[in-house]
Design a protein around this ligand. Structure first.
Ligand code: ASP
Length: 304
């Protein structure tokens, strides 16, 4: 899919001023010892910076992964992807496909042209995971850690180990090509009907994401719904402070949105699941982070 792992910089000592999605996927894998002798099929589904992901890119990826998974010759699928939205792509793949084979996303924080790129080792580790007996479901492999699609979140803008899995922790760890498994692989319960609808969608229900914060004001929601909701907003994910607490002014505007037919769901700014409380004004969705709750709500609304 592109990303920093396929990025190119002008200078080898520049780890941040690069162009993502430049190096073809075959070239990323060339010469890696962990891949020698394996029967690999390469496909450049997209070549983008994942911050610019569009519905059509996700649809193309989901379709290709779905087709690969039904091929009896395929043992696993590896996806190179940008780190910025990898957790959202992973969540969608897991929710819509829930594969019984491993679907391993990997990435890098340094471009392929770096003095010491992290992509090659991540790719080798991802292959080790894809070949691991019993591995299944969608995971993200980076810096030796194997994160489940549901729990993974990017929590650092620069470190080569930028992901965390919250309180759940990583699913496994790769050490010298060996996979040490800590807990069960992501489970199976795909929304196959939703997959069909998602792949056929020309556009998605509009779901906005707002934060509560010190000094939050009603206009932040009111502008979204201006002119009788001319923008056609169908849902709002609100990331609350602390345990999903909301500024009173923001909460009131969200209540007005709800009365106007907009679905409002609650998450936390930390991205971790909230502890439900009696006066909670809106529901949370499966303890998901705001980024993933936004997709979950989008898929719900797509169902009608
Ligand atoms: N902006 C890049 C991307 O998400 C960052 C990365 O890959 O690390 O594609």
């Amino acid at each position: 899919m592109g990303g920093t792992i396929a990025g190119r910089a002008e200078r080898a000592d520049d780890n941040v001023g690069y162009r993502a999605g430049q190096v073809p996927v075959e070239d990323l894998a060339a010469g890696l010892p962990a891949l020698a002798g394996l029967h690999l099929r390469f496909e450049q589904v997209a070549q983008i910076n994942s911050k610019d992901m569009r519905l059509a890119d996700l649809q193309r990826l989901l379709k290709r992964v779905q087709d690969c998974l039904v091929d009896p010759e395929v043992q696993g699928v590896l996806i190179t992807h940008g780190t910025d939205t990898i957790e959202e792509t992973a969540y969608l793949l897991q929710t819509l496909l829930a594969p019984t084979k491993p679907v391993v996303l990997t990435c890098a924080m340094r471009p392929a042209t770096a003095v010491s790129p992290d992509g090659p080792q991540n790719l080798c580790d991802a292959v080790a995971v894809a070949r691991c007996p019993g591995a299944k479901g969608v995971v993200v492999v980076c810096a030796g850690r194997v994160h489940s699609a549901t729990d993974v979140a990017k929590v650092h803008p620069y470190r080569t180990d930028p992901f965390a899995s919250g309180d759940a922790g990583a699913v496994a760890q790769v050490e010298e090509g060996q996979v040490r498994v800590f807990r069960p692989w992501p489970g199976e319960s795909a929304h196959t009907a939703r997959l069909v609808t998602f792949l056929a969608a020309k556009d998605l229900p509009r779901v906005a994401w707002v934060d509560s914060h010190s000094g939050a004001q009603a206009w932040e929601v009111d502008v979204l719904l201006a002119n009788g909701n001319a923008a056609g907003v169908r849902g709002i994910v609100v990331a609350g402070t602390g345990n999903a607490s909301l500024h009173n002014d923001l909460e009131e505007s969200l209540k007005r949105a709800e009365t106007a037919g907009v679905r409002v769901v609650l998450g936390t700014r930390s991205g971790l699941p909230m502890v439900p409380y009696a006066t909670q004004p809106f529901p949370q969705l499966d303890g998901l982070s705001p980024a993933k709750a936004r997709w979950a709500l989008t898929l719900d609304l797509l169902d009608g």
